[in-house]
Ligand binder design. Structure first.
Ligand SMILES: *[C@@H]1O[C@H](CO)[C@@H](O)[C@H](O)[C@H]1NC(C)=O
Ligand SMILES: *[C@@H]1O[C@H](CO)[C@@H](O)[C@H](O)[C@H]1NC(C)=O
Length: 264
């Protein structure tokens, strides 16, 4: 039975060129420090996504289909560019429909019978009082197409508006300003995630209790020579704490209730 389930999952998740993949550590390892992803929780509710738009991968997301929010998105810092935002958000066809294509797609282009069972839709956020808070942010995109690729709902979670547009934005901005020069031009890997909370919008999409982020400047000895983390509660008066990566990992272990590693 277990074997059968495994084979079934494999065929569901890794058929063709689908970018909802069985193992994103091998399919899009370029987004992870030393090619190793942060902790992946076990369980059928999670999906590994190489976030593809117009046949190009831009970052990776570990997605929770029950809470309908990501656990984290992992990306590489490539410099910043001031990009336009996209007015509408994509969804991930393959999450609800095995025959869905590999690229993120606008909601209207996905079969209405099967959309939304396992992922958030635009209407879930409508009049919810919460922003669609980016994990992989627009601000750190270094191309317009990369910025557009962040506008997919599998890369977003409900975020209190002042926290999103003022407090957390400030974290993203100061991190990017530092990373432009701070790592001596070494490759920089960033992971941004959320911790599920106890409330939902539209009775479907979990409102996270926290947003967190961390970076690793990866040196020639395959180590994070410089790294940093931050975590904030998801409310308008969020108290954002900055800390070392190992301290953030401890904090996340307490919040997730299981061991959690960010970088190898
Ligand atoms: C944050 O403040 C805005 C504007 O005052 C309000 O509409 C919104 O409901 C608040 N969000 C939360 C989560 O408290
Ligand atoms: C990086 O990956 C290599 C090859 O997989 C491994 O030998 C090495 O221990 C890793 N480095 C760290 C710091 O984990």
């Amino acid at each position: 039975m277990l074997l059968l389930l495994h084979v079934l999952m494999l065929s569901l998740l890794s058929g063709g060129s689908a970018r909802v993949v069985w193992d994103f550590e091998s399919e899009c390892r370029q987004f992870f420090a030393n090619g190793s992803s942060p902790t992946r929780f076990p369980g059928l509710q999670y999906r590994q996504i190489c976030q593809m738009r117009k046949d190009v991968d831009y970052y990776a997301t570990f997605y929770d289909t029950v809470n309908k929010i990501p656990v984290y998105s992992a990306y590489k810092f490539e410099g910043i560019m001031h990009c336009k935002r996209r007015a509408s958000w994509y969804i991930e066809p393959k999450i609800d429909d095995n025959n869905g294509g590999p690229n993120m797609a606008s909601e209207g282009s996905v079969d209405i019978q099967v959309r939304g069972d396992r992922q958030a839709l635009n209407r879930d956020y409508y009049r919810s009082g919460y922003h669609k808070g980016h994990l992989a942010p627009v601000y750190l995109a270094n191309s317009q197409s990369c910025a557009y690729a962040t506008f997919t709902l599998t890369n977003a979670a409900p975020q209190a508006d002042h926290f999103n547009s003022v407090l957390w934005w400030d974290v993203e901005k100061s991190m990017a300003q530092y990373l432009k020069w701070g790592c001596n031009l070494q490759p920089v890997y960033i992971v941004t995630g959320v911790v599920p909370g106890t409330n939902y919008i539209n009775n479907r999409v979990n409102i996270p209790s926290h947003f967190w982020t961390a970076y690793c400047c990866f040196d020639q000895n395959n180590r994070c020579s410089d790294s940093w983390g931050a975590i904030g509660t998801n409310d308008n008066n969020s108290n954002i704490e900055e800390m070392s990566v190992s301290y953030l990992e401890e904090e996340l272990e307490n919040l997730y209730g299981r061991t959690f590693q960010l970088f190898q």
